[in-house]
Design a protein around this ligand. Sequence first.
Ligand SMILES: Nc1ncnc2c1ncn2[C@@H]1O[C@H](COP(=O)(O)OP(=O)(O)OP(=O)(O)O)[C@@H](O)[C@H]1O
Ligand SMILES: [Mg+2]
Length: 455
Amino acid sequence: MSGLLPLQTLLDDIEGLSVIVVDAHGVVTFVNQTYSRVLGMAKEEVEGRYIGDITPHSRTLIVLKTKKAIIGYDWSLNGYHMIGSAVPLVRDNQVLGCFAYSLFMDKWDAKDLVENLMVELNMYKQEVSQLYSARYTFSDIVGNGRAMRELKALAAKAATHPHLTVLLTGESGTSKELFAQAIHRASVRAQLPFIRVNCAAIPENLLEAELFGYEEGAFTGARKGGQPGKFELANGGTIFLDEIGELSLSMQSKLLVFLQEKVFERLGSHRPVRVNVRVVAATNRNLEQMVSQGRFREDLYYRLNVLALELPPLRERREDLPFLVHHLLPGINTDLGTGVAGVADSAMELLMAHTWPGNVRELVNVLERATVLAEMDGSPFIGRRQLAFLKVKEEPVSQAPDSLKALLRDYEKQVLEKSLQENDFNKTRAARALGIDLSSLYKKMRQHGIPTGPR
Ligand SMILES: Nc1ncnc2c1ncn2[C@@H]1O[C@H](COP(=O)(O)OP(=O)(O)OP(=O)(O)O)[C@@H](O)[C@H]1O
Ligand SMILES: [Mg+2]
């Protein structure tokens, strides 16, 4: 035997739940202990009798007649207040009987239930509005260097034109998301939704439905009643099309039509839907190059490129690094529950020398890792020791597949050459800027065929 209790015993024992089963003629075939207590009758007295003789207004009789369930009615009997449901038992289209169960209101206090549900509902509401709202403002975007100050000013100006499309380009981690949110927050649309769509994360065949929505029955698996798309949800606000360079050519055409007409149709419908949204698009791809390769529509490119903001990589605005560190550390401490006070000067030199291919996102990760290490070492500051892993990353990856290896080799060569140029071919300074020692620099230069003699 499985050791499980028989179903009837189980139903008998459930606290605060009364159960009764009748057959197709309304004769009681089962009553649980709880309900027989409510009735004030022994089980044997109830089972085998016509339900109409016990509780003349029983809903089970209606269910037998209509073959439809009645859910969630409230009723009272012998001083007990209950919420009940009665469902028909059907096999092969034949009603074999009815199963009815009731919960005691005093046990399952309806008021508490509603209150708990309200608390939950509010939580979800908040979550949804957070999901659909922008957190960052321009004051959260650290950037004191000239390039960033100008970009911020330009973006703030663009924000005041609520219909202007903005294109944000820049490597991974260069604050594209922050700019998109800040533009929304600084515009008259601030109180309305900010909706982000990651064009790279949604499979091509679902993206159209995601963006434009669909009608009931538009495709197999389409939800009853259909579903609005992100453009409709964003109505009045801003839609942030992230990773726009990943859109397929066919989606590019559809987006272009929308940008021109501001009208679209849900999938499976011919009814035009008009919305008022600002489009902010972002990509870390070189769209111009993609256009020349035929991978991005030229007309869409021009349409998006009305106002393009090119966000500079961190290595080109190293002067912002100390400010970024200062800005980011408190949040990291809060998230990790640590209490690291800052970065030692010598460690800051290492950070300044790093090339930051992952930009500010990488900086956040590096600081998080170093913060944990400092905490473990009992050090109040992040020192060079906690940043040792930064150097390790620059070693060539030996197990990488050939193409990746070649890419990395090329990239390393470029970085070396650039650093040498920036430092007037002073190898000591270049090595310092790269965060490697002089002998490693020589070794790498020889590996890449870069002349090591005096220039
Ligand atoms: N200028 C900045 N000031 C403060 N924090 C920043 C700044 N730029 C980026 N960050 C931090 O780095 C993280 C990554 O930035 P963001 O999401 O804007 O990058 P992105 O350009 O969208 O990159 P990706 O192309 O990888 O999505 C942010 O969540 C934020 O914590
Ligand atoms: Mg992003």
